[in-house]
Design a protein around this ligand. Structure first.
Ligand code: LLP
Length: 434
């Protein structure tokens, strides 16, 4: 397993943020999401320091769907990042974290009236409009409330980035945005600018998630700038902004060649600057929306081994006290992970095992054919790179309790999200009146 951030082998015991996983398990129990705060902060700084230009302003918008908690909002605010939300629930959480709402960008392909009203009432910075119906809804609501709001239009630029089918977002038949190839696309933009309370800033695209192919992003830059220019010329309007979305791929296993953020941010900025010059264009601001690449490697999940089993069919199982309820990604996307026995780092990983969860579901696996040291009851399994889309996609299937999330830094721990309780499980459950 590759070590990230502050991860260390301290006499055979895994240590993160200067804290031993044994202490973490004792204090917070397992399963437990552990977030390396220093690594999150370093990743945020990396984006802020490297996605910079003398020609235009830049904005890093953290895609909160990857992992959202009050602590994350505090860190994003500390480093001057903005926040991307995609639902009323995310907006509410961000608001409750006292994050400045004028630095929130609201997404979604089917925003409800309630969500659009919330954007106007909470003073959300930018609404990324997805389609015509939404333009009309927000335009009318803004008129009714007599409130101005900044908007962008999400466009589908038809770039087929090579990633899992479910997380590709820019194929011609994707549900997101309006296609730049649509004959009516100029009419759609005109519709926005005709609403007096919608202030049109420019276009947004997001070509997919967990993308390693940097060419796809470069193609995206060219396509977006040329498209922006054509709209600006045709409609004789000044377009100030462009948002290129997120999707920068991270390392999960040896099969992944992650994007080097520092290098890639420089090459993106350079490419944007050159294309602006070539096309004789100006932009006031360019934004990007990284999610996974800020929190992915910074999070890991700690489990206790409850038992092992060798089947008649020859598969050796290591049973952990969590599974698909805290990490649905292997079942949903055939995602692969690396893992260690976190209390036996100095023992050779010579067993080939399948790590299985507790759910009543054969697909409840964290990984097949994983190399681990010989596991015994009471050992700790640590699965790395679960920081993005782990907690945020967790569930209560089989009435599992969502684990706690703890931040670690400089030898200290801070509980960020409490473990659910049995009372939580029935707190919304109401008897029939029989
Ligand atoms: N911006 C927009 C508009 C997005 O839809 C997304 C992700 C992002 C930014 C952030 O992408 P990132 O940098 O995190 O790759 N549940 C899936 C990932 C779904 C991504 C959805 N949109 C997974 O677990 O792999």
């Amino acid at each position: 397993m590759r070590y990230f951030g502050t991860m260390k082998n301290n006499n055979g015991i895994l240590e993160i943020g200067g804290v031993s996983i044994k202490e973490l398990a004792k204090e917070y129990k397992t399963p437990l999401y552990i977030m390396d705060q220093q690594l999150i902060e370093d990743n945020m700084k990396k984006y802020i320091d490297n996605f910079k230009s003398d020609k235009f302003k830049t904005e890093i918008v953290y895609a909160s769907k990857a992992f959202l908690s009050k602590a994350m909002c505090q860190l994003a605010d500390k480093y001057g990042l903005s926040m991307d939300a995609v639902s009323a629930g995310e907006l509410y959480t961000i608001k409750m974290a006292n994050f400045p709402m004028n630095r929130v960008h609201m997404h979604g392909n089917n925003k409800s009236i309630e969500e659009l009203e919330m954007c106007l009432d909470l003073g959300v910075g930018i609404v990324i409009l997805d389609n015509i119906l939404e333009i009309e809804r927000l335009g009318e609501l803004a008129d009714e409330k007599n409130k101005k709001i900044k908007v962008m239009l999400r466009v589908n630029i038809g770039i087929d980035a090579h990633t899992h089918e479910y997380i590709r977002t820019s194929k011609h038949s994707s549900k997101f945005g309006e296609s730049i190839f649509d004959k009516n696309i100029y009419g759609i933009v005109e519709k926005i600018i005709n609403y007096k309370n919608l202030e049109f800033l420019g276009f947004h695209c997001h070509i997919g998630s967990q993308i390693f192919d940097t060419k796809a992003f470069h193609e995206g830059i060219e396509t977006m700038l040329k498209f922006t220019k054509s709209v600006s010329e045709k409609l004789k309007i000044n377009i100030q902004e462009m948002n290129l979305g997120g999707g920068f791929g991270v390392y999960y296993t040896e099969e992944d060649t992650e994007i080097d953020v520092e290098k890639f941010m420089h090459s993106m900025v350079e490419h944007i600057e050159k294309t602006l010059e070539k096309e004789n264009m100006n932009l006031e601001r360019v934004s990007i929306e990284p999610g996974r690449s800020i929190v992915g490697n910074a999070g890991g999940t700690l489990y206790s081994v409850g038992g092992t089993k060798e089947t008649y069919g020859g598969v050796k199982y290591v049973f952990i006290d969590g599974g698909m309820t805290d990490n649905i990604r292997p079942a949903l996307y055939q995602a692969k992970y690396e893992a260690v026995l976190a209390n036996k780092l100095n023992e050779k990983p010579e067993e080939i095992v399948t790590i299985a969860g507790k759910c009543c579901e054969s697909g409840d696996l964290i990984g097949k054919d994983m190399k681990l040291a010989k596991a015994c009851v009471g050992d700790y399994v640590f699965v790395s790179t679960t920081g993005a889309y782990g907690y945020s996609m967790s569930s209560n299937y089989n009435k599992a309790l969502r684990p706690a999330v703890v931040f670690v830094k400089d030898g200290k721990t801070a509980l960020s999200i409490k473990r659910e309780t049995y009372e939580d499980l029935v707190s919304k459950d109401i008897f029939l009146n029989l």
